[in-house]
Design a protein around this ligand. Structure first.
Ligand code: ADP
Ligand code: ZN
Ligand code: ZN
Length: 738
């Protein structure tokens, strides 16, 4: 019997799937789950994805609307991708129709053909084939092309141009009926042989070898590894070699990286091993490149995809391994709309696909560390630096009672100078971009508050402006104080622009590179900076956390952390974990090659237990202590957390919305017993981007109960009667509370 009814997901925030009839003209070539269709929806037509097809329909369904168009006769998503989408939708309590759109690059999502670019080709006609080539002796260009076509059978018009044949010669041959032109889809990828990587392949140390063997042994089944290796211990080398074995079996690999700036470096390193079979995927790619990569991966023409967060949804023909580099990194969690964690999606994807996952980090998240300690993941330890270098020495500098020059102690300046003079590179870390975090009127105390946020606007000098780092709004720096008309201002505190000014003056004979999200806004600039750094010349690198992530700078011997105290007194229960990760990562940029490195930490409270523990112990001992604290406080990962947030133009409207929700849920018979709700409470920064935000935290020792509670909430929130004045969101496993 033929298919009569099709269940379709549409990309709108609605929980249901919609059913349509499949009209007769599509019966011969019906869509299947994972194909796109065009469907009428209200007054619009939408591109939807087929979820299910039915052969028998009930009488009442005969009134359903017809599918307008079948866009794909072969599904674009396989069964595994559909299963992953279904799970993610239920886990994050986000509509399936929206979740599924993450599996497509934008043009495909909008209904464009799932094809590589179409290219003009030339081939011989039979007349051309029988032509005596000497007949063309007066037209040498035409002759050249005919000869080439006899040899190659077909040539793209572009390739013909490479033979020195211009369009008029081509047209002349077409007019004579000797060649014809046609249009065909052309894949930019060829299935190539695995290149010989023996010259780049490092001889592994015992720990690395054990790690590679363990990963390779678990191919074809689902197992999670924590590749827990100190900075510079050769983690990348381990997963490169493990991936090599996977590729040899004809399978593909997906590597997630936290930061687009790391893509060129990673791609280059992978290409040394795997040649042109590697491709990176991130937001800076244009639509054509995104579609090509997506088609290449799903058709199995590309073996290795290296990408940022959203690449976790990349359909692949035969995926054999997933690696998540710097698994602790916050960028894996999307913080708006669909609030997924790419790490956790990857873990589930690996389960469906029955493949191993490698979580690599020198500073694993407490979640991952706990799972490893509980035996759910296998820990692979790399305890030594691969190049034989030792970990950098920490030197705390007590700032109390010291006179500072633009935030620098004499010790840090002298040490920097010494390293630069020795021909080494120095990295200064300050996690704050702009010139100074606030502008103060010295006469009346006026502060540069943002009108839209509970936050101060940062002073920027290049270009000059005040900018809010929470809502991005900007204004000119006032000439006189808006409150008392005085013109006596103080730029309070330090940002990277200000430190750059100081360093450029102080170390005028050396280049100073400022690397933050302002200076790397242009697509190629990060690459240019990396090129300069890799030249190895003595210079000062000054940057935010952008510099802390994963980079390998062999010539950095000194890392200076200007303000080790920032973050120590955070209101977020994850604050300490973040500080420890960031410090360890930044310090870990020092002494990665042959020369030993040190890390200077400037602090007003060097005897703070957290700073002491980091300096004397290790990230691991620090993290284990934190886990004990979390356990006694019953906070994640020992309990499961979700947040429901409401935002609106009025504080009380947001608060009352959450209040009404929880009151309603409490009346439900399905309200789970073993959950704890906290709130409504204002968000840590209540006002942001002009709206007021209130939250409900939901905690439970049982994932199941937490999900039951969220299911109930979702049913109530997605109700058409829900107030339109309020925007709300559900965040499962939230990471930050700003
Ligand atoms: P991680 O990923 O842990 O930061 P990398 O894999 O980038 O470490 O390795 C750090 C440096 O050590 C790189 O220059 C790398 O080429 C080198 N390296 C890695 N493994 C070895 C090895 N077994 N022998 C020699 N050098 C190695
Ligand atoms: Zn004033
Ligand atoms: Zn703002």
């Amino acid at each position: 019997m033929s298919i009569e009814q099709v269940e379709v997901l549409v990309p709108i925030p609605i929980l249901e799937k919609f059913s349509y009839l499949l009209p007769a003209q599509f019966q011969d070539n019906p869509p299947s789950p994972g194909s796109r269709v065009l469907v009428p929806f209200g007054r619009r037509n939408l591109v939807g994805v087929v979820w299910d097809v039915k052969k028998n329909i009930s009488k009442k369904d005969r009134k359903l609307k017809n599918i307008k168009e079948v866009l794909d006769h072969k599904p674009l998503l396989n069964k595994e991708s559909l299963e992953l989408a279904d799970w993610a939708s239920r886990y994050y309590h986000y509509p399936l129709g929206d979740v599924i759109s993450y599996f497509f690059p934008p043009p495909i999502r909008k209904g464009k053909e799932a094809k590589f670019a179409e290219v003009k080709f030339l081939e011989l006609t039979s007349k051309g084939d029988f032509l005596n080539i000497d007949d063309l002796s007066k037209a040498p260009n035409q002759k050249k092309l005919i000869e080439a076509l006899k040899d190659k059978k077909e040539l793209s018009q572009k390739a013909a141009a490479a033979y020195g044949v211009n369009t008029s010669s081509i047209n002349a041959l077409i007019d004579k009926g000797l060649i014809s032109r046609y249009v065909r889809e052309l894949s930019p990828y060829k299935k190539e042989e695995v290149p010989d990587a023996s010259s780049v392949k490092k001889k592994l140390n015992e720990e690395q070898k054990f790690a590679v063997d363990s990963i390779v042994k678990s191919e074809n089944h689902n197992k999670v590894f924590l590749l827990n290796g100190i900075t510079g211990s050769g983690k990348t080398e381990v997963y490169l070699q493990a991936i090599q074995e996977v590729i040899k079996k004809g399978k593909q690999a997906l590597i997630l990286i936290p930061e687009i700036g790391l893509a060129p470096q990673a791609e280059e390193r992978f290409k040394k091993y795997f040649g042109e079979r590697v491709l990176s995927f991130h937001s800076a790619k244009n639509d054509r490149e995104k579609v090509d990569a997506w088609l290449g991966a799903s058709k199995g023409l590309i073996d290795i995809i290296i990408g940022t967060r959203s690449s976790v949804f990349m359909p692949m023909n035969d995926i054999g391994i997933i690696v998540i580099d710097e698994e602790h990194d916050l960028s894996y969690k999307q913080v708006d709309r669909f609030r997924y964690s790419a790490r956790d999606i990857a873990l589930y994807r690996a389960k469906i696909e029955k493949i191993p996952v490698v979580l690599a980090s020198a500073t694993p998240s407490l979640e991952t560390l706990n799972n490893s300690l509980e035996g759910k993941y296998e820990i692979l330890n790399l305890t030594k630096r691969a190049t034989g270098a030792s970990l950098p020495k920490y030197l705390p500098i007590d700032l109390r009672g010291k006179e500072l020059k633009e935030g620098f102690s004499d010790e840090l300046i002298d040490a920097s100078e010494e390293e630069l003079k020795k021909g080494n590179q120095v990295l200064i870390f300050l996690n704050r971009r702009g010139y100074a975090p606030s502008l103060i009127c010295k006469t009346c105390g006026w502060l540069s508050n943002c009108d839209r946020c509970d936050a101060l606007m940062t002073i920027h000098k290049r270009p000059p402006k005040l900018q809010c780092h929470h809502c991005e709004s900007q204004k000119d720096e006032p000439k006189v104080c808006p409150s008392c008309q005085s013109n006596d201002f103080l730029s309070y505190g330090y940002g990277t622009e200000r430190i750059e000014e100081f360093l450029t003056n102080r170390f005028s004979q050396f280049p100073v590179l400022r690397i933050d999200s302002d200076s790397t806004r242009k697509k190629e600039s990060m690459n240019e900076y990396l090129g300069l750094i890799n030249s190895g010349r003595p210079m000062v690198l000054l940057g935010t956390q952008l510099l802390a992530k994963g980079h390998h700078f062999p010539n950095v011997t000194l890392v200076g952390i200007l303000d080790a105290d920032s973050g120590l007194f955070s209101a977020d229960f994850r604050g300490s974990e973040r500080v420890a990760q960031l410090m360890t990562q930044v310090a870990g940029r020092a002494g990665r090659d042959k020369k030993p490195g040190k890390a200077i930490l400037q602090s007003y409270c060097p005897d703070h237990p957290q700073i002491e523990e980091l300096i004397k112990g290790s990230y691991e001992s620090f993290a284990k202590n934190l886990l004990l604290e979390r356990k006694s406080a019953k906070s994640p990962p020992f309990t499961f957390l979700a947040k429901i947030q409401a935002e609106s133009a009025n504080s009380y409207v947001s608060r009352d919305f959450i209040k009404a929700l929880i009151n309603k849920l409490k009346k439900s018979k399905a309200y789970p017993k073993d959950i704890r709700v906290i709130g409504p409470l204002p968000a840590i920064m209540e006002k942001k981007s002009g709206v007021y935000r209130w939250e409900l935290s939901v905690l439970s020792g049982s994932r199941n109960s937490l999900h039951k509670f969220l299911d109930l909430s979702q049913a109530s929130l997605y109700n058409p009667k829900t107030s339109k004045k309020v925007r709300w969101s559900i965040d499962v496993d939230p990471l930050s509370s700003i």
